[in-house]
Design a protein around this ligand. Structure first.
Ligand code: GTB
Length: 216
């Protein structure tokens, strides 16, 4: 059965692959699962039909037969559980890969999103520069720790896993901030993720949506 995911009809990131459908597309590409995409406008995302799938009126969602899921992490986990290639077979290694999935979404992404929201919503405030410096220091603390743990390894814990997939997509949200460039090991880690053929296919697919919406 071919799953259907939802994505922005016109992504505000202009095809840079920063919206959270990208991680789901990438996971599906890694495991070789074809998928359909239903594109939504901002107003469609808030209508009852979509809220029945996603209580918060957001993308991405995932439908497969009588299963409907929301939350990109839960969707990637579901894909990783159902297909080989994104989680190790060994039970302990698998548990550690899942821990990295949570770490990406629960420990590393929040300070990155806090910074991003400040740059989008708080630029006109008198205290903006002071707050931005605080938020960027919080991001740097996490990146210091992550970079130390990664060291010279290619991936966070052995072979590439769903933990790496999520962590790379989270770190990419720093694009344009200049912060990631302060961390050569993490920059190389993100580049390794982006070099994967499955990543490229997912990136091209979401970019094609933006390109079509821009010419149409
Ligand atoms: N925790 C949920 C998940 O992981 O699935 C969060 C889902 C979420 O934030 N979805 C966003 C959304 O639907 C799109 S990805 N927003 C519309 C709304 O809430 O009304 C977040 C996002 C949006 C845009 C950019 N960008 O332009 O760079 C990056 C990330």
């Amino acid at each position: 059965m071919i799953p259907t995911i939802t994505a922005f009809e016109r992504s505000p990131d202009r095809g840079k692959g920063l919206a959270r459908d990208m991680r789901v597309r990438w996971a599906l590409e890694e495991v070789g699962q074809p998928y359909d995409v239903r594109l939504l406008s901002f107003s469609e995302m808030k209508e009852p039909a979509h809220r029945a799938l996603h209580p918060f009126g957001q993308i991405p969602t995932y439908e497969e037969g009588n299963l409907a899921l929301f939350e990109s992490g839960a969707i990637v986990f579901h894909i990783a559980e159902r297909h080989a290639g994104l989680l190790p077979h060994d039970a302990n290694a698998r548990a550690r890969a899942v821990a990295w999935m949570f770490a990406a979404l629960n420990t590393v992404e929040p300070p990155i999103v806090d910074r991003e929201i400040a740059t989008l919503m708080e630029r006109d405030k008198s205290w903006y520069e002071e707050r931005l410096a605080i938020l960027e220091d919080r991001v740097r603390s996490r990146l210091d720790e992550l970079s130390s743990r990664l060291g010279d390894a290619d991936w966070l814990d052995g072979a590439f896993s769903a933990g790496d997939l999520l962590m790379v997509t989270v770190l990419r949200r720093l694009n344009g901030s200049g912060i990631l460039q302060e961390y050569p090991k993490l920059s190389a880690y993100v580049a390794r993720g982006e070099a994967r053929p499955a990543y490229k296919r997912a990136f091209d697919a979401q970019l094609a949506v933006f390109a079509a919406a821009s010419t149409g």
